[in-house]
Design a protein around this ligand. Structure first.
Ligand code: HEC
Length: 294
């Protein structure tokens, strides 16, 4: 019996090590972080791994900083919304940022949305109400691409969840234990603060802008969208690209996952329950088998 257990354990170990070394080898094929281009073959994107930001919503007890989300909303509305839609987010969810019903109503009233058809079969424009979603800046994707050098700006509703760049072995193993889930906002922050001149010898297509944090290529169709002092903050926070990038990335994380705090709280309660339950099971097992000889 003992032998069987021992051989099973060693089998599992061998299988585990095999898989780990296979993954390590796979990883060696990729360009290491910080290197401009892999030798010879096509470069591996993103050229640089996203910078790591200390978010308030990280970790098992993470929570959103409402002041930061409100600033992020301001950056989105005044800058990003000129090109990026956010069509899955309705105005009334902004109450989650700490706004009152009346404030949300006033905010929605700044927008015009298409409604209809009316009795004559025609579509018409009307002032938005809290149950409407953020309207798109372009009538359709083709129009969006045509106005942006052929690349349509992606919808922002789920962008922060969709851009959790894979971190590769061994980082993703540690991520399980540190509960790292901020790849998306780290990516958005890095992209917004990562523009610079292309290094010598790197050619980029006309109308694109070099950015080593972009996941698809060495350059993207979006010009640096924001500059210092572009958005006025009324809470005294620094009006810098760095701060704007953090705030809008946090806001987009909230837009993609407004129930993050509840999810983390429930997860913690489940873990507490499991610990107590394991103790109870152990005591039950001990008492049931108390009279049995080994
Ligand atoms: C002038 C239009 C314009 C504005 C303003 C703008 N963007 Fe973009 N954005 C684009 C375009 C176009 C793309 C697609 C780029 C591509 O695929 O080459 C894009 C792509 C992106 C991406 C996705 C990159 C990826 O991995 O696919 C992010 C993130 C992004 N924008 C964030 C922002 C944020 C945050 C703001 C506001 C601070 C903003 N953008 C403002 C045009 C704009």
């Amino acid at each position: 019996m003992n032998k069987l257990v021992a051989s099973l354990v060693s089998l599992a170990l061998v299988a585990g090590l095999g898989a780990a070394s296979a993954m390590a080898q796979e990883n060696q094929g990729a360009a290491p972080a910080g290197e401009e281009h892999a030798e010879g073959g096509t470069p591996h994107y993103p050229i640089q791994h996203p910078k790591h930001v200390d978010w308030s919503f990280a970790g098992p007890f993470g929570h959103y900083d409402k002041g930061q989300l409100q600033r992020g909303l301001k950056v989105y509305t005044e800058v990003c919304s000129a090109c990026h839609s956010m069509s899955l987010v309705s105005f009334r969810t902004l109450e989650g940022l700490g706004y009152s019903e009346a404030q949300v109503k006033a905010f929605a009233a700044n927008y015009q949305v298409q409604d209809g058809p009316n009795d004559d079969g025609e579509m018409f424009e009307r002032t938005a109400v809290p149950s409407d979603h953020f309207p798109s800046p372009y009538p359709n994707e083709q129009a969006a691409a045509a106005s942006n050098n052929g690349a349509a700006p992606p919808d922002m509703s789920l962008l922060a969840k969709a851009r959790g760049i894979t971190r590769g072995f061994p980082q993703f193993v540690f991520d399980i234990f540190t509960q790292y889930q901020e790849g998306g906002p780290d990516y958005i922050y890095s992209l917004l603060t990562g523009y610079h001149e292309p290094p010598a010898g790197v050619e980029i297509a006309e109308g694109t802008h070099y950015n080593p944090y972009f996941a698809n290529a060495a350059a993207l169709a979006m010009a640096p969208p924001i500059s210092n002092d572009q958005v006025t903050y009324d809470d005294g926070s620094p009006q810098t690209v760095d701060q704007y990038a953090k705030d809008v990335a946090a806001f987009l994380m909230w837009a993609a996952e407004p129930h993050l705090e509840e999810r983390k709280r429930t997860g913690f309660m489940v873990m507490v329950f499991l610990v107590i339950f394991t103790g109870l099971i152990y005591l039950t097992k001990k008492s049931v088998y108390a009279s049995k000889e080994h």
